[in-house]
Design a protein around this ligand. Structure first.
Ligand code: NAI
Length: 343
């Protein structure tokens, strides 16, 4: 049977994947992340199944290729951790473009409501039999303005939740869509007029630290900033300063630029070395979750089903619709548009 090696595997991964493999592919589950130190584990496998914090740089890709691996199957939608150019012509790359945008959008809404109604503080108080409500004054979302950056699948799902709560929507997207029922505005306007700003665009070379000192200065005082997309979109030091200056009223982060050494693991016995994160975590108006916005039963099931299908299509030599390569951005060169594989 064709063999794949899964990296950064958690118990819930093997549980859900084994439901879908059904004798079509054999998966070895490795809890370690894929990087230059662990790449030797791939011997005897034709594919690797990787996640957001596996490091697929050019060296790792070369070693995968030399070991006989021919497919990188991302079990997520983002692929900023893969050197797609280095892989071209050697390893095919597939991803799960959508599994449950609602899972991420609902988590974003949960963070927003927790923040504006101080649920995180109330939860801790009542568990200590402290039933005081002093200091828990929140504000209504109804009638306020949500600025949504990135109106793809997740952005749209979140936009609909915000509409349902009676919020006005302002949207920004590099490629606005006529299907989106919202007013597209320039970023400057979105920053100036939004009470809540939520990031739902992918991280790419041109938008690293798009939320920086300059962007924060343009924002409405007391804005709530939500990031369930990728940590690198926000300059964390500028965010910290914005919170200290009381320009930002609250930050809800499911992702963090330096998350790869921390998130998904129990670090409670360690001293946190990241001073910026430590300071952020000490603030009553900052809520951090550990890249868990996708973590619902429905989403895990969708991820496993699509990833196994991607593997089977590749092994059977069929067209793989979920393939990506660096030429996707150059439409005239994109072979996928002609229903062919990327190389
Ligand atoms: P999508 O591809 O459906 O939508 C992305 C949208 O962003 C598109 O409309 C695109 O035109 C727009 N965009 C691209 N570059 C932009 C830029 N520089 N500025 C503004 N807009 C830009 O992707 P989807 O499924 O909505 O996911 C969005 C992001 O959410 C992913 O890239 C990933 O980083 C993140 N994500 C986070 C998860 C979590 O557990 N926290 C889980 C899944 C995805």
């Amino acid at each position: 049977m064709r063999k794949a090696a899964m990296f950064d595997s958690k118990p819930y991964d093997s549980e859900t994947f084994e439901k879908w493999t059904a004798g079509q592919v054999s998966i070895d589950y490795f809890p370690v992340r894929l990087d230059e130190r662990t790449v030797s584990l791939v011997q005897g496998h034709e594919a690797v199944i990787v996640f957001v914090n596996d490091d697929l740089n050019a060296n790792v890709i070369e070693k995968l290729y030399e070991s006989g691996v021919r497919l990188i199957a991302l079990r997520c939608s983002g692929f900023n951790n893969v050197d797609v150019k280095a892989a071209f012509g050697k390893l095919h790359i597939v991803r799960v473009p959508a599994y449950s945008p609602e899972a991420v959008a609902e988590h974003t809404a949960a963070l927003l409501l927790t923040s504006v109604r101080r649920i995180h503080k109330a939860y801790n108080r009542t568990r200590d039999f402290n039933f005081s409500i002093a200091g828990l004054v929140g504000w209504n979302l109804h009638g306020k303005t949500a600025g949504i950056i990135g109106t793809g699948k997740i952005g749209r799902a979140f936009l609909n939740i915000c509409k349902g709560m009676g919020m006005k929507i302002l949207a920004y997207d590099k490629y606005p869509s006529e299907e989106v029922d919202a007013q597209y505005v320039p970023l400057e306007t979105l920053y100036k007029e939004s009470d809540v700003i939520s990031l739902h665009c992918p991280l790419a070379d041109d938008n690293v630290h798009m939320i920086n000192e300059d962007a924060i200065k343009q924002m409405k005082r007391n804005v709530i900033l939500l990031n369930t997309s990728r940590g690198g979109l926000i300059d964390a030091e500028a965010l910290l300063q914005g919170l200290l200056d009381k320009r930002i009223g609250g930050a809800c982060l499911d992702v963090y630029e330096e998350e790869s050494d921390l998130f998904f693991e129990d670090r409670s016995g360690h001293i946190l070395q990241d001073d910026v994160l430590a300071r952020l975590l000490s603030m009553p108006n900052v809520i951090v979750t550990s890249h868990q916005a996708f973590l619902t039963e429905e989403a895990l099931d969708g991820i496993a089903r699509t990833t196994v299908q991607n593997l089977v299509d590749f092994f059977d030599g069929k067209p793989i619709p979920n393939e990506i390569c660096y030429r996707c951005a150059e439409l005239d060169q994109c072979r996928k548009k002609r229903k062919e594989n990327c190389f």
